[in-house]
Write a protein that binds this ligand. Structure first.
Ligand SMILES: [Cu+2]
Length: 470
């Protein structure tokens, strides 16, 4: 479960033990198709208000053939999708019925206030307590219109609560004003979570093992993919079926980008257009990659099956039509690119040799300390230096950022993001990620946090406190 590798030695041992047996490798069985993909239940705002109650409590989880004791909102491993528009207010009652843990709510990626009973992660809702959140979503372009998510953020308890099932999606509607081609398309939500079974990570989508996503050849669908799990970085591809990304982390690209595979860490989201391929079955699989230098890559796993069948939808040059889309609307990223850098800071990611403590600039998280004080109106450049030979990530609350450099190589990103992976250090040098962060929205004044979103690392200290002052 932990991505720090402490439990993974057995996997490496088994791999070497089985290769020593000189048996032929087992032929790769075709993954058994799961049930049809279920959509998440939805709660929508009405007349500008979204009302919801989320009760966090223990509960039994059944994911395919796997069962485990979970921590659930309203008894569901796939809790309600909250659906709002810019300018709405979310009134959410959180009831903590977990027997022995504080919890709270974070609205990941949203450009809302970190104060009071809004997106305030310093609130601790103790066992038996109720708390009423009121989150006002700004009626502005800066609040991305796209896919976000909610999860607990009580320091020290985040991993077990998200792994247990406490995470769900949020949609801020209106991305079709950037891409009118999206209007009326059938939406498919693919919410990735994972849990550990017999020391192996099991990935599920919408709480299902290898579900079937049905599409007609030539049909155009809108796929909304979110990693709302706790700790595992994944690389995903669909053999023979490209996707056309239109937004990252709820922030629009200027034009669709053809993807044949994508790297998605905990917290990241991709909105993409899918075109039904010729009739047949297409496997969505994880792709092995080197995460921790001291562990072999996690083997590939089929996480969904795309089944293209039925009559051909209206044919035509669909790919060309989609790739020809251009956003005409103003995008925040253009302002961020032009802004002068007011200040530069460096965050140094490290851990102890026993991997029990994870630090930023040599310190573990302390809710009572302010690590960075930033002036409203400033745009800053932060460099995250990763001295650890595994992936980490950078996430900051209340504002997205522009990734400008990875290991010294300039990046030409076409969207803002709110979570991005920092590659492992090599044997000889640390790796680095450079981001430009606009602290320009008065709504976000207050105290909030930045951290690695592999949340066991965050729980073990890899988080800092920032105060944005007017
Ligand atoms: Cu990390």
């Amino acid at each position: 479960m932990t991505s720090d590798g402490t439990k993974l030695h057995r996997r490496a041992f088994l791999a070497s033990a089985s290769s020593a047996c000189a048996m032929p490798p087992p032929r790769r069985a075709r993954a058994e198709r799961g049930p049809a993909l279920v959509p998440p239940p939805e709660i929508r705002s009405r007349n500008g208000v979204l009302e919801a109650t989320l009760t966090a409590a223990p509960g039994a989880v059944q994911v395919g053939q796997f069962s485990f004791p979970g921590r659930l909102y309203n008894g569901a491993y796939l809790p309600p999708l909250l659906r709002v528009r810019t300018g709405d207010v979310m009134r959410i009652g959180l009831r903590n019925r977990l027997p022995a843990e504080p919890t709270n709510l974070h609205f990941h990626g949203m450009g809302v206030s970190p104060r009071g009973n809004s997106d305030n992660v310093f609130i601790h809702v103790h066992p038996g307590q109720d708390f009423q959140y009121e989150v006002k979503i700004p009626a502005r372009e800066r609040q991305g219109r796209g896919l976000f998510w909610y999860h607990p953020h009580a320091h020290g308890f985040v991993e077990k609560q998200i792994v247990g099932g406490l995470s769900g999606g949020i949609v801020v509607d209106g991305v079709d004003s950037y891409f009118p081609i999206l209007k009326g398309l059938p939406e498919r939500f693919l919410f990735i979570k994972h849990h550990e079974h017999m020391e192996k990570e099991i990935f599920s989508i919408n709480g299902q093992i290898n579900p079937v996503v049905a599409i007609r050849p030539g049909e155009v669908q809108f796929w909304r993919i979110a990693h709302i799990g706790a700790t595992e970085f994944v690389k995903v591809g669909i053999a023979g079926m490209p996707l056309y990304a239109i937004a990252n982390d709820g922030h629009p690209l200027s034009r669709p980008q053809r993807l044949t595979e994508f790297f998605i860490g905990p917290g990241q989201r991709i909105d993409a257009i899918a075109i039904g391929p010729p009739a047949g079955e297409y496997a969505m699989r994880t792709i092995p990659f080197q995460n921790q230098a001291w562990n072999p890559p996690t083997p590939a796993e089929q996480i969904a099956t795309i089944v293209a069948s039925g009559g051909q939808a209206s044919a035509g040059a669909r790919e060309a039509e989609i790739l020809g889309q251009r956003v005409q609307e103003h995008r925040w990223i253009d302002e961020v690119r032009r802004a002068p850098i007011a200040r530069r800071r460096t965050l140094n990611y490290s851990r102890t040799a026993d991997r029990k403590v994870f630090m930023i600039n040599g310190q573990v998280m302390d809710e009572n300390r302010i690590d960075q004080t930033v002036k409203l109106g400033d745009t800053e450049e932060w460099t995250i230096v990763n001295t650890d030979r595994q992936y980490h990530s950078f996430h900051i609350h209340q504002t997205p950022f522009l990734v400008t450099e990875i290991n010294g190589v300039p990046q030409h990103e076409d969207s803002l993001r709110d979570t991005f992976s920092t590659p492992p250090a090599s044997q000889v040098s640390a790796s680095s990620l450079k981001v430009v962060i606009p602290f320009t929205d008065p709504v976000t004044v207050g105290k909030f946090v930045y951290h690695c979103h592999s949340v066991d690392h965050e729980d073990k200290g890899m988080m800092g406190v920032i105060e944005l002052v007017a």
